[in-house]
Every structure is written in structure tokens, then in C-alpha cells.
Design a protein. Sequence first.
Lengths: 291, 339, 429
Amino acid sequence: MTAIAVDAAPKSAAKRRERWASTRTYVSAAVIFIWCLLPFYWMIVTAFRDSGYTFDPAFWFTHFTWANFATVFSENLGNHFGLALFNSLVVALVTTVVALLVGVFASYALARLEFRFKFLVLGIVLGASMFPGVALVTPLFQLFTSIHWIGTYQALIIPSISFVLPLTVYTLTSFFREMPWELEEAARIDGCTQGQAFRKVIMPLAAPAVFTTAILAFIAAWNEFLIASQMSNDATKTVTVAIASFAGAQPHQEPYTAVMAAGTVVTIPLVILVLIFQRKIVAGLTAGAVK
Amino acid sequence: MSTIAEPKSSPEVPLPRGNKADKEVGQDRKAKSQGRWAFWLIAPTLALLAVVIVYPIVNAVIMSFQKDQGLDPVSKVFVKGGPAGFSNFIHWLAQQCGSGPCAPGTLGSQFWSATGTTFFFAVVTVILETILGFWMAIIMARTFRGRSALRAAVLVPWAIPTAVTAKLWFFIFAFEGIANKLFGSAILWTGSEWPARWAIIIADVWKTTPFMALLILAGLQIIPAEVYEAAKVDGASAWQRFTQITLPLVKPALLVAVLFRVLDALRMYDLPAIMTGGANNTTTLSILVVDQLRQGVNSAAALSTITFIIIFIVAFIFVRFLGANAVASATPNGKGKVK
Amino acid sequence: MNRTKQLAPLAAVAVLALSLAACSGGGGGSSSSGGSLSGDAANNLQDRGPITYVQGKDNSNVVRPLVDKWNAAHPDEKVTFKEQTDKADQQHDDLVQHFQAKQSDYDVVDVDVVWTAEFAAQSWLQPLTGSMAIDTSKMMPATVKTATYNNTLYAAPQTSDGGILFYRKDLVPTPPKTWDEMMSMCSIAKAANIGCYAGQYAKYEGLTVNVAEAINTAGGKIVDDSGKPTLDTPEAKAGLTNLVTAYKNGNIPTEAVTFQEEQGRQAFEDGKLLFLRNWPYVYNLAKTDGASTVKDTFGIAPLPGKTGPGASSLGGHNLAISVYSKHKATAKDFLTFMTSEESEKFYATQGSLAPVLTSLYDDATLTDKLPYLPVLKTSIENAVPRPVTPFYPAVTKAVQDNAYAAIKGDKTVDQALKDMGAAITSASQ
């Protein structure tokens, strides 16, 4: 599917060029790898460092300890990090699924259907990404207070969906427009309904785009803090709120090592999750598309 | 050369072009039924946005025409300010506080410098992120051993919660931090103007380039490989293939990515707020809004509205002149292809 | 027909948005109850029942045991502990959200000393007068001042904090008593090739603390009792000049403009500073931190002043009762319980939090555990609260921006003080 670097020419000059190209690819990949992971490495080093040596600038692991992770999950300190992880998972998953579902509907209409005020709809959707997020909190808090939603999952999920919707709609619309819709029509001639044709023909082709959008939406929802900090309570607080609640053992002391440990705890599962999804889902969907 | 242009008109390349013949027949009836369909498909999206975004915006606009509360001189408690007309807007745009210009150290004196800083950050970070993101996407699209490891690695910066990222970079750029240690320098990263700006830009580029890279990668993935092979057979150089095939075909995805990055960058808050607290000319409009919210909600509503309008204008210009209407122009193209 | 259908979503958006907007009206401004016992404030004074106590992160686990103890003794008036985040700004904004929405779900709230006036002026706090009055006679006067607005007590001081001077006793046998004396000792630092003195000079709340200390120590004041700026005095100028000169001539190291509490502590523990102004929390950490190189070679003293001890700024928190509370009698009892001698002692031993009761500073069980208490007592006795004004966010912003510019040499002291005064004036209109 993505054979951009593949060159099948059997000539020796071409082979040399190919080897050169592949070397360049590996060098570039290595540079990207280091650029992306170096600060993350530093985060992990700090996460495993004794808090008494918080500011030790040694570049390798020194004063190794698991204590910061114990702090992160400490129930005595009221951190409830396990619960927070669960809450974040619920919020992010529901947000992603609903946003994609709703977003796919809207994008289909925007890309495929003919109706008036399309530009206006696109404008409103985009306009939703233009208001300073911090200024949304107070009116929403008052609204959710009046309908007794504070501390509920929906008070976290609904704003979260709205935050990721504009990007979802725009991305999907732009990709849907690139789809070979003739195939859909062909499928309908073969007896599929419009819905089936869309599901079985178009969705697999759009899989990379849908999957990318899902990752972006999931991570955005996972990292949402502003709304979560105001709308959640002890039972529904998410990881970002839990991390903000970490405190040093002494007043004024920054719980820096614990924050880095928490950052590690929330990032690594996310990356593993994406790795698994990437292989299984995309591979599966693409395979289906080829048939 | 001629074949390089060919893919554009070849049937594999799915740039939808309207079929003129179809269009005229029963257009009215079709438009009606499509309109009804479109309504039901779009309604959930609009309803969600109405509650969470449109309502607060309308609320802010209404509030911005009220004066901030003032202290009653006798009872020493706050009382409502009453209607303000456009005074809140004039306060920001003209940087007028009461009778004269706002003194340094008031939020009102910082509107234009914050606007400048915001645009500076937005332009520099988005340009850097676009270039780097494109490069990352191209590498990630190649087939080589360790590709999935690379894709996972690229996701890492984006996956770390922003508040943690900001803290991480704050400590990296501390005077005794690892950045100065590694480079053997003694730069006051967060304590002087240009280093502070670059520290924030580096942190932002690190964090959000993956966003760009992933969206561009998704765009690259729907380009059929045959298009490249055909071009290669014709002897197109790598640069030609990039500018004549990759760029045009990935343009819709790229524009969406850039557009949303611009909108986000213009609302940048966490990184400068945590890394510098807005010192050394790193106060962005969003930082100003947050500070103002603590000093008077009606002025803050006016400032949010102004910020909204500024970003709206930028988006409008972007869509209008840079062709991000690739999305919007679906209107003429999509016609006639739907039953 | 068709057209209406297409317009419908937009119309729905508009109608929904407008009707929702109407609910909250102009928002923000609270209704005035004149600070007297009218309206909400008059309600529920005698009522008892379950209440909620709200505080920032309970980092050293002092609140939970106390709440458990209260609940065991008051099964019908149980307290629920609601923990906020660890960030002061977020705690502030969270309280504001709940008060603005007139929520009765926050009964007793823990407020930073600098927010008390603002919340009182918003009529969000129950005045502690009449049947709600509490005994403040045993509390340190400066702490009571932070809880008082417009001559009315609105909160009960809960914990305090004051700045103290950490010094290297291996290099300086007797700590300096005055600022000038300390500056004259900087040659010792120079000889040892380390920085001389630092406080917190990054642009954040800590800078206001340090600048207020400098100005108050020199005999000046940032604002008078009515909230008007009083910065055009020779004393105020002398105070800020002390900091500016010391930074310029290198007695305060260049990197100190990036220092918050923790960076200063790091430099001191690394042995890179001769003198450090910081809060008492540094004491335990500098003694126990693995990375500390000064474990046995540092001492503490009151902040140096003009002739005697300097005027520290006050940290700490006050406890207040929300006017929207439905069970104010219970709230008041809980507030008294939380500020009782026994509770105060528990804060100190368990959480290293400075008590507000004068007597505890001479309590042998406490001074054994917290050897810095006598020094801290001097500090708090000489302390001056940061400006007690309902416009505190604007005042601290004016101080930070202008003092930061002056310290970095971007503007003169005179100009900085002039701008600071003008900014405070315009903000408090």
C-alpha cells in the first residue's frame, strides 16, 4: 500500500541508489527516533530517581527507585490513580467512538450530499475551534450545575466530544472527498444498500484516515484537563486531574519525580495500545478492502 | 514530464469531478432529498457544538457588553457594573484604562504585545511543524524494518499530557537543567526574551509535530503506489515526484492539518504559562484571558470575543486565499455523483 | 418546506444558544448583600447537618485523620472532605466557580491568605460576627489581619508561614542582622566562588512576596489600608533599590530571575549559595535530601532587616464559611475544631505546617520536632501581610511585571514604582 521507497529496477546503478536511499531512510528514522524519544527518556530517568536527587543532572539512571510509582498509586495519599486511569479510559473511549460516529455522519453529508448552507455548516464547525478554551469553562459549569451534571461522566464526555468534533469532521470530510465513490455505486449495483456499500467499500478504504482521526481524538480526549478539572469529582476525576493533584511531601515542594512517573504511567499504555491497534485493525481493514 | 501530470486525470486518482450530464436531470428533487438526509446526518454534530461551544460564545458576547463589577465605596463589597456599551472592547483595542493609556503592569497594556507574541508563536511553530511533520510522514510511509517502532515513537510526544510536557520542559530548561548541562551553556532559558521564546517553540514543536505527521501520513497512505511507479518509469526525479505528485495529492490533508494547527497555536496557553508565566514577552492572548478572568469576567468575555474574531479572520483568510476551501468546495464537485 | 428543513439545524443552534445564554444573564457579578447579615448570609445560621470541607491537595495527610476524628464524634453532622488540585490558581478558580454558581455544596473552604479579601468583598464568605464569632485572641496578630476585611473578620486563620534566612554557618559564623550587613558579607561568597544571596525572582507570586518583603523591610508599603498605592515614598524606593542593586552588582546571581522556591533550594543544597530566603520547608529537605551537600553546614535566622529582623510576607491559609452553606452552625463548630490547639499541633507535627497560635511556638514537643519554630516565630511576629485588597490579582500582577523589569534593569526603580502605582490605581477603580 505504501511502497513509496520500493524500486524494482534491477540495474546496478539503481541498486546503489536504492541502497543509498535505504541508508538515508534509516538515518532519518534514527534522527526522528532520537528527537521524539530523548525528552521522553529524560522523563523516565527522572521518574525512577529518588526525589532527594530530583535535580541531579546525570544523564543516565542514578539513585534508582520505584518509590515515585508507589506514590502515584498510593491510596493513603488519596491519589486514586488506578480509578483515574479507568475514568480517563472511559471518557476517552466513549468520546472517540461517539465523535467518530457523529463525525462520519456529518462528513459523509458534507463530502457527498448536496444541500444549501454547506459553507455555513463548515464555518460553524470550524468556528468551534476558535474560541479560547479557558473561556468555555464558566458558562458550561453553570449550565451543568443547573442540570445537576457536575461529577457525572457525561459532563466530561460531552464537552470532550465537542472539542474533537471539528477536527474529526474536517479530516474525514477531506478524506471522503478523495474516495473512489464509483466503487460504492458498483457495490450498489451488485445489490448492496447505500449503507452497506458505504460500510463495506468506502470505510475500509478510508481506514487509514479514520484510524488516524481516532488516534488524534482519543489522545486529545485523554489529555483534556480544563473541563475535567472543573466538572469531575473524586469518583470521576481523570488522570490529568489526578496528576495536577500530586503534591510534594512538604508545602512548596514540587512533586516533580512523581509527576514524571505519572506521565510515564499514562503514556506507555497509550503507545502500546496504538501499536496493537495499528497492526490489527489497519491490517484487517485493508485486507478486507483488497478483496 | 508529461506523464507526471497524467495521474491527475487517470481514473485511480480520486479527485471527484462532477459529471455535468447527470447534473441537470432531476436536480431539484435530488437536492431536496439530499437536503433532508444532510440535515439528519449533520444535526448531531451541530447539536453537540451548540451546547458546548456556541452557547458559551453567545454568552460571552452578551457578557462583554456589561461593565465589570466595581467596589461600592461605602460597603466595600462588589456590585454589578451595568451596561458597558463598547467600552470593554475599546479598553482592549485602544489599551485605554479609565481616562488614559493603561499603565505597564496592567493586563490592558498588554493586548497588542500579546497579539504580536501569539502570532509570532503561531507562525514559527506551524511552519516548523509543517516542514518537520512532512519529513516525518514521508519517512514513516516508507517500508523498512522498524517502521512500527518509529510510528509508535513519533506518537510519544503527542501522547504525554500537556501539563506534564510543560513541566518536563520547564525542568529541562531550568538554569541548572539538563539542557544547559548537555550543551555546557549557561543560558537563562526562562529568564530572557529570545531564549524563552525559543524554549517555548522547541517544546511546542516537539509536542505537536506528531499531530501534523500523522495527518500527513494518512494523506500519503491513500495515494496509490502505482502513481509513483509510473512517474519513476518516466524518470521523474525525487523532487519532481514530491512537488508534482505528493504535494498536490496530499494537499487536502495537509491543509486541514495546518488549519487546525494554526487555530490551536493561536490559542496557545499551557506551555508559556507553565514555562515562563508569560514573562519576557511570552504572554499569549490565552494567558491574558486567563489572567483577566481572575480580575473581571466581563472584560475577559470581551477579550475572548476579540480573540475569537481575530482567529476567525485568520481562518477566513486562510480558507479564502490559501485554498483550504478544498473542503468547502465539495459543493460543486460532489453534485451529480450521488443517487 | 425544504428550506425550513435546511434552516432547522441552524435555527436550533441559535434558539438553544440564546435560551441558554439567557439562563445565566450577565454572569459574574455577585449580588450585593452589603457584608451585613441580609439575604443568604442570614440564612441557616442555626442549622446543623452534614457539610463539605474543601481544601487543596492534602499532601501530608493531615486533613483526613482530623475529619475522621470529627466524624466519629459527630455522626449526625458528618464532614465530607473534597480535595482540590495542588495548584493555587486552580484552587482559586474552583472556589470562584462554585461561589458564582451560588452552590451550597461547599460549606467550609480553605482560602489562601491573599484571596480572603477578594472573596469577602464578593460577599461569598460568612462574616464571623455575632453567633458566628470565634476567639482570635491567642492567634498571632498578623495572621488575623489576613482574615480581616473592612474591619470584619471573615475567616479563621488556620496555618501560617513566613520567610526565613538560610545561611552557611561554615562560612558565616554569625548570621547577618541587617540587609547591609548581609551585603557586606558577600565578599565571603565571592572568595568561595559561590553566589551570595537569592530569594524568588521569577515572575510569579513568589516575586510579589519578595518585593513586598523588600519594601516593607525598608519601612515602605505597597498599598495603604484603603487599597491606594503608596509607592512614591523614599522607603518604598529604598526597598526595591536594595534588590535591584544587589542583582546588578552580582550579589544576587544572574540566574535568580528564574528562581522559584525549588530552584533556590536546589542551588542552596548544591552549595552554590551563601544566603537563601525561603520558607521553612527547606529546613527538613536540606537536612535529609540525598543530594544536599549542606546537611550539617547550614543555619537559619530571621530575615535581615533595616536595623533588626526584616518584615517577612505571610503565607498560609484561612478557613471560611460559605454564605451559601445550609448548615452554618455545624460549619462554625467544624471551623473551631480545625483551628483548635490540638488540631494546630497536629498540622505542625504531621505536616510541618506553621501554627497560628502563639503559644505553640514555645511548645517543647513541637520545637523538638521543628527546630526552626523559634526563628519562624520572630519572622511571623515581624511579618506584614501582602496587600489585603479585593483587587489582589491585579495588584500582584502590577508588582510582578514592574519589579521584574526593574530587577532585570529594563526600567529604573523610579519608573517601575511609578508604573506599579498607576497600574494598581487603575485596577482598583
